[in-house]
Design a protein around this ligand. Sequence first.
Ligand code: NAI
Length: 273
Amino acid sequence: MNRSLNVVITGAGSGLGAAMARRFAAEGHAIAVTDVIPERAAAVNAELQGQGARSFSQVLDITRDADWAELHHRVMQEWGGIDVLINNAGVAAAGLFEESPLSDWEWVLAVDLMGVVRGCHTFLPLFRQQAAAGRKGHIVNIASFAGLSGMPGISAYGTAKAGVVALSEHLHTELRDCGVGVSVICPAFVQTNLLDEFRASDPSYRQRVERWMKQSGVTADDVANDVMRAVRKNRFLVLTHKPTRWAWRLKKWWPSRYYRMVALQSATSRRSS
Ligand code: NAI
């Protein structure tokens, strides 16, 4: 897709979402900067407009149907259609399964999984209608490597993200020949504000995630570049961190060895925190 695109991004007021907003705007695309925190969405929108981008900001809590309906209305009013939907907004929780309260499960599943379902549900009829008239579209879902691999201490988050991977795969098959591409992005750690709302059963999880984010070597801008490439080349599964590409292959080809390696790494990281 080489023309100027209309791109909706959820959670675009911070981290990966803000980086994607900047990246797509830099290529001349129009951006709907949405976030549950109005000030965040407004600040990124002001920055983009200051650089001459075509953008607007809209408050969107991805767990609220009424907010999605309002966003759909605004998109039609401003642009008359959509080309790319990036379901990015998310939250994170950690703790061993029996230490994680059901309220954490409900929170993470409502935002990280059902928020993505709601986004697709809101815009898919429009995507299909446009595609039937020859206008191709693309849905990008931001999952996580935690959605591809079980690890101790993140069962709620990992289950929600595995759901996003599964949903994306089902959509990929359903939409295959109708002109709507689907990508699912599975990053490992990236330094962002994800820990602002982080819930964990004990403080050691936060310390470990902070350390892994600092050591990541992959920035939000790198992930934004990968997302841009995935849309351009219509790539389905994108692993943004080199070590996870290797780990993903090992898990598929040699699962028993992979799970031994995960157990060993987890024990080492618990001891050093
Ligand atoms: P972030 O916290 O910097 O950005 C997330 C944005 O989503 C925030 O601006 C927040 O206000 C917004 N948000 C939270 N709940 C919302 C809701 N109910 N409705 C609308 N917006 C909401 O975090 P980050 O890292 O940029 O997260 C983006 C996505 O990347 C998330 O889905 C996260 O799970 C995923 N991810 C992040 C990784 C990391 O290490 N930072 C690794 C793998 C995946």
